[in-house]
Design a protein around this ligand. Structure first.
Ligand code: APR
Length: 379
């Protein structure tokens, strides 16, 4: 029986308060209104950002809420006026949507739309309501997409059509983690061939940065992590050296400056810790090094920078979603994965779990036992 125009019952992982386990509930997902899209989610990665939100380390959050920032699925139905997709299209839900009308979207170098919900965390659609409810009570959404649910409903700008040949379990990572690491290397830092890169943090984002360095032709890629179980995969993906800061008496940036005879050409922080950001900056060459921040720190943390670190000629920058204009560039990124085979996303998906085991998935991430866990919804 067609579900078009009707509410759909959906299993969803609902968060009722900070630092609580997610509760699998049967919720109702209302049909899409004009310029909205209802998506059957097939796969959703568990990202560190979801944990940051869950742990009260983001600026704010309205409860109850459905988290999930990295998901892919198939369009179930569309609201009036939607032209970008039709039912049956394979899509990635966008935590970095772009309205393509605001000053940021229209700028050739920007992808941070003023209409997204990043950092504001209002948890509402553009019309300031949500399509999720339980027993008549509204549930908030997260980062414009909410992928920890069998069905989600998003504004048209938070959805991009992709090649149906793509494996949804893998390309879900393009929605957030992969593009953040890979894109910051290629689009933000614009790593040049033959250079030396240092990547701090070898989780899904750091590994994606390593993949980016390899594609860019870096000749030396140094991976840094306090968890040495990450090193074999990092080397497989392109790291030439792996360092554990706990193995050294000296600060890790001193070790890196020594081994690179003056500092790396490019540094990437993929953890979200301000002390590591400092080390990353100091690991780069003082007069032309490029220091790049990808990790998201707690909202109360502050990075203190000695201005001399920059006055000598280093550059310091951050990027959102690897500077990809997601609605325009993600389809091409999917092609790069499945046809050009520039990178292998399966290497990042080290664990797949049924959706109901979502809390176990968070535990695996916190214990450093996975690169990325992807939740698989019933198909
Ligand atoms: N020094 C070196 N490595 C560290 C340190 C440290 N002080 N602390 C943690 N790590 C390592 C962990 O061992 C882990 O391998 O950093 C890695 C982080 O990986 P994940 O937890 O899987 O996080 P990921 O999803 O890759 O996201 C990283 O980017 O977008 C942000 O919110 C995200 O801030 C998070 C960061």
């Amino acid at each position: 029986m067609s579900t078009v125009g009707k509410p759909i019952k959906s299993k969803a992982a609902v968060l009722y308060g900070f630092n609580q386990p997610l509760k699998i509930e049967e919720i109702e997902v209302a049909p899409p209104k004009a310029f909205e899209i209802r998506i059957k989610i097939f796969a959703s990665g568990i990202a560190e950002t979801d944990d940051l939100a869950l742990s009260d380390d983001m600026a704010s959050l309205n409860f109850p809420v459905i988290l999930g920032s990295e998901g892919a699925g198939i369009v179930e139905s569309i609201g009036e006026g939607v032209t970008k997709v039709k039912p049956g299209d394979h899509v990635i839900a966008l935590c970095g949507p772009m309205c393509m009308k605001c000053k940021s979207c229209l700028h050739e170098d920007s992808n941070f739309c003023v209409n997204n919900d990043v950092g504001k965390n209002k948890g509402l659609m553009l019309d300031k309501t949500t399509r999720f409810s339980i027993n008549g009570k509204q549930i908030h959404n997260f980062m414009s997409c909410s992928t920890f649910t069998e069905y989600t409903c998003v504004d048209e700008f938070a959805c991009v059509k992709i090649d149906p040949k793509a494996n949804l379990d893998e390309v879900s990572l393009i929605g957030y983690g992969f593009s953040s690491g890979y894109g910051t290397v290629l689009n933000t830092a614009k790593v040049k061939p033959g250079t030396t890169c240092v990547v701090f943090g070898l989780g899904a984002i750091g590994m994606s940065a390593v993949m980016g360095c390899k594609v860019a032709g870096a000749s030396r890629i140094i991976g840094v992590d306090i968890n040495p179980t990450k090193f074999s995969r990092a080397k497989e993906l392109g790291c030439t050296d792996c360092l554990n800061p706990n193995d050294s008496d000296k600060p890790i940036h001193e070790v890196i400056v020594e081994m690179t005879e003056g500092g790396a050409d490019y540094g990437f922080e993929c953890i979200g810790k301000v002390d590591v950001m400092e080390s990353m900056i100091l690991s780069t060459q003082c007069s032309y090094g490029s220091a790049n921040i990808i990790g998201v720190p707690k909202s109360t943390d502050r990075l203190v920078v000695d201005v001399m670190w920059l006055l000598t000629g280093r550059s310091l920058q951050g990027a959102f979603l690897g500077d990809f204009k997601a609605p325009l560039q993600f389809p091409g990124l999917v092609q790069d994965a499945i046809h050009a085979k520039k990178f292998d996303l399966s290497k990042l998906v080290t664990c797949k779990l049924p959706f109901e085991k979502i809390n176990e998935g968070f535990d695996l991430m916190r214990q450093g036992k996975c690169i990325r866990t992807v939740l698989i919804m019933d198909k």
